[in-house]
Design a protein. Sequence first.
Length: 264
Amino acid sequence: MNLELKDKVILVTGGASGIGEAVVRTLVIEGAIPVILDLKPEENCKALLSELAVEHADGAYLRVDLTDSQQVAEAVKLALLRFETIDGVVNNAGVNDGAGLSASPDQFRQSLERNLTQCFTMTHLAAPYLRQNAPSAIVNIGSKVAWTGQGGTSGYAASKGGLAALTREWALDLAADGVRVNMVVPAEVWTPMYDDWLSSQADPAERRREIESRIPLGARMTEPQEIADTVAFLLSARSAHTTGQIIHVDGGYVHLDRAFRRES
């Protein structure tokens, strides 16, 4: 299926690793032009950038602290100077930072800055250009934590819950201008960050088996590519009448009974 993304300029926050990296690779395959906005030093992403160069993909890498609104504004400006347009935004960057109920109010506010406020900043700054270039699209990346809870992560849960609400709010704000806004919600996705967390557990293999046993479809982790494919569809003209939607790509983890256990 041709997603009609060729030469579309898409800003991808947190695009240097994990789900964001999978989104960038998928956009390249579809002929789009990804602009990666990430805090990682460019030298840490040489493998990805070299691969994109081999694929003859146009695009850009901009090192940005997304909690600094001036840096985000400068990044948007640089993207426009180079490509003259913005056709889509993927608000992917975020971190489950463990700012729980025992955290200080300042730590909670910092978590909101890292996981929610930066999404507002990015969308606020990009919205005028998305309106100009409509039809265009925004895809927010959520988290199952906003639906299921997790414990010990108030800031992240509040942020992702807030981003779900903003998805529908922005869908209404931008509908008259032809800008669609949707959210993709992962649950248990096998990324380098997830691998690092699992490695910190007392028995990583047993912990993974326990988690996967709670995922009804396939009893396995979701792959980043599976998230990326849904994001690409929602950015594309193939989803031209879809907006304000919250789509869970999680093997049924959230909306099917997690007490379910696959029979051996």
